[in-house]
Design a protein around this ligand. Structure first.
Ligand code: SF4
Ligand code: SF4
Length: 320
């Protein structure tokens, strides 16, 4: 269900129509299975979820990549590592000359049978984005589960040992931060500098960039806001912080998101809200049409305030 807030509705904030400007990133959501069940998960992922991308849908994705020069494949979930064909997918994308990025909670890379993925990612030059919501272990553990902070620290050390985040290695290691409560993230530049200093001093860990993500008021995070009676105030804060300067760089303008079942969305948030691409563009990978999709009109709702508040937010952090 789409979030409803008091006026003004997001669509009225956008001058003219919001349209895509090409497809530079194909984001693949491989499914909702995850080894964790974080309090703030907008997907509602967890160990009990069964949704997973089929071999047939994955083939359709690869066929699209073979015939269209989309430079970056951004793989997410749930926990994408839990898809049995992840390695094969990555190998095919690399063979096609594409950059590949995997978003991970990190913790799973300490578990069997996933441990060997660290050396696999390194051997393929896969870019890795690890979620580390907060530098305070208690805040991270409260959001993601007991002991998660120390396990993420351990996996970051292993990634560093494999060359990730080390100067000259070409192996990109980025971290993702999101607030632990009903508030927006602080400035990305200042947080990145704190993360770099503290992780280096306390744990000898190095990484490349920090992405600050605003929690989207959907999924399990929306339930949390409702349960703690913070939903209305959180939404009002996002509306107050609306920044028109974010509109040019919204990720939906250059990204197309493919859900586990092959439906196409302007972003992973629209996917979770059950809002496929619309306005005449094909809404399933089986009907992929570059011309129509690259210039599609984007489907917006009031959740889009989450991307346009303050410095803006996308899968790659601040956008202004
Ligand atoms: S936030 Fe990420 S790690 Fe946590 S349950 Fe959701 S998909 Fe899994
Ligand atoms: S939620 Fe964000 S990325 Fe998705 S359509 Fe709205 S503005 Fe674009």
């Amino acid at each position: 269900m789409v979030c409803i807030v008091a006026e003004p509705a997001f669509a009225q904030k956008v001058p003219g129509l919001l349209t895509a400007e090409g497809i530079g990133v194909l984001q693949l959501n491989l499914g909702y299975r995850c080894n964790l069940a974080c309090r703030h998960c907008h997907i509602g992922a967890g160990p009990e979820r069964k949704e997973i991308m089929s071999a047939g849908t994955m083939k359709q994705v690869l066929d699209v990549l073979k015939s269209h020069p989309i430079p970056l494949v951004d793989i997410t979930g749930g926990s994408p590592e839990m898809h049995p064909d992840l390695r094969e997918l990555i190998e095919e994308c690399i063979a096609l000359g594409r950059r590949v990025l995997v978003r991970t909670n990190g913790v799973i890379l300490l578990e069997e049978p996933y441990r060997s993925l660290i050396s696999f990612y390194a051997s393929k030059g896969v870019e890795v984005v690890v979620s580390l919501p907060h530098l305070d272990p208690h805040v991270t553990d409260r959001q993601r589960g007991e002991g998660v902070f120390s396990r993420v620290v351990e996996v970051l050390k292993r990634l560093n040992a494999a060359g990730y985040g080390q100067e000259g290695s070409g192996l990109v290691l980025d971290l993702a931060h999101n607030p632990g409560g009903a508030y927006m993230p602080a400035s990305q530049a200042s947080l990145e500098s704190s993360y770099k200093r503290i992780l280096r001093e306390r744990h000898a860990i190095r990484f490349d960039h920090l992405f600050c993500l605003t929690n989207m008021p959907i999924g399990r995070y929306r339930e949390y806001l409702k349960k703690t009676d913070n939903y209305a105030e959180y939404m009002a804060g996002l509306v107050r912080a609306f920044n028109p300067a974010t509109l040019d760089n919204l990720m939906c303008r250059t990204t197309l998101s493919v859900a586990w079942d092959g439906t196409l969305h302007d972003c992973d948030f629209n996917h979770i809200l059950g809002l496929p691409v619309n306005h005449g563009a094909p809404d399933h990978i089986s009907g992929f049409d570059m011309e129509k999709l690259a210039h599609r009109r984007i489907v917006v709702g009031d959740h889009c305030y989450g991307c346009t508040a303050g410095g803006g937010s996308s899968c790659r952090g601040e956008i202004t």
